[in-house]
Write a new protein. Structure first.
Lengths: 356, 292
């Protein structure tokens, strides 16, 4: 049975931060952890290093680590271009065993929740997931606090012997501080030592999610309907708009009580609280119970036949009109735009704008 | 070919519970249940057995004697065999020590596919599956939302959860371990006849000695991570909305009671529906909400 025991406390030193990146930018959570790592490194009097994994890693991604980290480890290999669990775990564990950090911070993201336990298991070391606080006492012992029992109890842990100590933290738990680049960090291109015949787990495909099946909290765009929609049949107009926008349907209490949509679509005080990029409220009066559930949305568009409806107080775009005419008009305009975008190619945004 | 499912009996802390200042839960009123995603794992195992012709579904648990209840619930659902590892030395085991105990048991039982829940609702560590796979030296896929097996029973082809409802397709050669999430399926409710039969079923019991487990490797001794304190969580400070003191008292009251919603200025869009739709699309493009 494999499983090593990292017990040599004396030679482990340094705080490492695993920097995740997407679309050529580091994730916000990684910046937050870097700030936390720098604070810890300062208290410990030990260096902070960042680790970036992937292929063709943009400079922009690891430049951020230049704000205080001593070393930036780049693990680059074509086999690491997308997240392949075993390759990432192998490459990272080799690096960790060579360099022996004392503490490793990872984001509690989808990738973090897979790579951190994998790495901890390979190294035979201790990991505290979903950590919300790290305290260091004078004797150098770390105290890690995390929520248990669905967040109803806070538990504090120590990892007295196993090294490195590993931690995952959710986005938003710590704050990212703005530090200017020092230009001092040393970039080390670490060899991954990977070979293609190693992996027993292979990611072979990708399926795009159906926005219709998305949970309200995950949705970027929401089309919501209220009493003004009038009937379950009319709700289909909203569904068509949602389809062309790639949006998710939601509703106010009235629509749910009338049975036009299932209960899990309810947004409001007794339903879900959402904050999508765009919230289109159709035929919703804007009673405070509903507004409380969506007021933090990026942009709010409201369509209501009553110009005095309270929803207009919170709407960025106000439309006093008949949603049964405005919504289908919007849907067909968007469909036209999509068709033109398929046909054109480069310069399509400009073309579409001039034709409106 | 066997499917082994690891389950954990937990206190049902999903609803409102009482927690004292020392972080102790008033456990008397709480029921013990099978950890929700473990139950999903059992259901999945039963469905895979029906679909692909695996021989047996064997449920395993490391726990106190009361964990027998949890195992019997799985037998009632249709599991063929239940194994309980019960030893005082295993108390206060962290994820590593738990995984080691389960690994020894599974080595003893033999498995072609191991299923477990992604994480337990009490500790919320979400690690046992990973460590168990490492110890058994088998491939592992986490956050599994759908399971398929190739007809030759040599590979698992699964869907794994990504953000925004997206999924990735992952292949793993068997024997493998899959950690499943709630929502993968709806665990069946066994009928009364099966529940009664399960009460009389024999549960294979083991302790550290019968499995050849070194006492130093389990329990508090064998744990890498130790819990030293529990408390009530610190409430997250909520930004309190304070209305502008220049407003009248009535205005201020109205603002506070409306939950601090800022009133947005701006004109009403006018025109016929076609016009309005065109203006909206332009607005969406400008705001980069949609791509041209």
């Amino acid at each position: 049975m494999s499983g090593r025991d990292c017990n040599s406390i004396l030679v482990h030193s340094g705080v490492w931060v695993l920097v995740e990146w997407q679309d050529e930018e580091p994730l916000k959570v990684s910046l937050e952890l870097l700030s936390e790592g720098l604070k810890i490194g300062e208290s410990l009097g030990e260096p902070v290093c960042t680790v970036v994994v992937g292929y063709n890693i943009p400079k922009r991604v690891y430049e951020v680590a230049d704000c205080g980290a001593e070393t930036i480890y780049l693990l680059e290999d074509p086999l690491l271009a997308v997240y392949q669990p075993e390759f990432y775990a192998d490459a990272l564990s080799s690096l960790v065993e060579r360099e022996r950090p004392k503490l490793i911070l990872c984001g509690d993201t989808l990738l973090g929740r897979d790579i951190a336990p994998r790495l901890a298991a390979k190294l035979g070391t201790g990991l505290i997931t979903d950590c919300v606080d790290i305290k260091l006492d004078e004797s150098g012992v770390f105290y890690f606090t995390k929520p248990i029992h669905s967040g109803k109890v806070a538990a504090t842990f120590i990892c007295p012997r196993a090294r490195p100590q590993m931690v995952t933290m959710k986005p938003g738990v710590k704050e990212a501080s703005n530090q200017s680049a020092s230009g001092q960090a040393k970039v080390v291109r670490a060899t991954s030592g990977l070979s293609n015949d190693g992996s027993r787990v292979r990611v072979t495909g990708f399926l795009k999610g159906d926005p219709r099946a998305l949970s309200l909290q995950e949705a970027d765009i929401i089309v919501a309907g209220g009493r003004g929609v009038g009937s379950a049949q009319n709700f289909r107009l909203l569904e068509e708009l949602a389809d062309v926008l790639g949006a998710t349907i939601a509703a106010s209490r009235m629509a749910v009580d009338a049975g036009w949509v299932p209960k899990d679509k309810l947004v409001g005080q007794t339903g879900k609280t959402v904050a999508p990029k765009l919230y289109i409220a159709c035929g919703i009066s804007g009673a405070s119970q509903h507004v409380l559930g969506m007021k933090d949305s990026g942009t709010i568009v409201a369509i209501n036949s009553d110009p005095q409806a309270p929803i207009f107080k919170v709407a960025d775009v106000k439309i006093a009109g008949d949603l049964l005419r405005v919504v289908p008009a919007l849907t067909s305009k968007l469909r036209e735009l999509a068709k033109r975008a398929d046909v054109k190619g480069a310069g399509k945004i400009a073309a579409a704008l001039t034709q409106l | 070919m066997n499917i082994v499912v690891c389950i954990k009996q937990v206190l049902d802390t999903q609803g409102p519970i009482n927690v004292d200042n020392a972080g102790e839960i008033e456990g008397l009123r709480l029921s013990s249940i099978v950890n929700p995603c473990d139950l999903v794992a059992v259901e999945e195992a039963l469905q895979l057995k029906e679909r692909y012709g695996f021989e047996q579904v064997i449920v395993v648990s490391m726990g106190s004697p009361s964990a027998e209840e949890a195992l019997r619930e799985c037998l009632a659902m249709g599991a063929d065999k239940a194994v309980l590892i019960c030893d005082p030395a295993c108390q206060d085991s962290d994820s590593c020590a738990t995984a080691l105990t389960l690994a020894k048991a599974i080595d003893h039982i033999g498995a072609d596919l191991v299923l477990c829940g992604q994480k337990a609702i009490d500790t919320e560590a979400g690690q046992v599956g990973f460590i168990l796979a490492q110890m058994l030296n088998i491939p592992m896929v986490s956050a599994v939302t759908r399971v398929g097996i190739t007809p030759d029973l040599k590979q698992a082809i699964v869907h794994r959860k990504l953000e925004k409802g997206n999924r990735e397709i992952v292949e793993a050669s068997l024997p493998a371990l899959l950690a499943v999430e709630v929502g993968l399926n709806s665990p069946r409710h066994p009928d009364l006849r099966r529940v009664i039969a399960a009460q009389r079923a024999k549960i294979e019991k083991h302790d550290c000695e019968t499995l050849g487990i070194n006492l130093e490797e389990v329990g508090a001794q064998g744990s890498k991570v130790t819990m030293i304190k529990r408390s009530r969580p610190r409430p997250k400070p909520k930004k309190v909305f304070t209305p502008d003191s220049k407003l009248s008292a009535a205005e201020r009251m109205r603002l506070v009671m409306s939950g601090g919603v800022k009133e947005k200025k701006g004109d009403m869009l006018e025109g016929d529906p076609e016009d309005i739709a065109a203006q909206l699309v332009r607005f969406f493009l400008e705001q980069k909400i949609i791509a041209g």
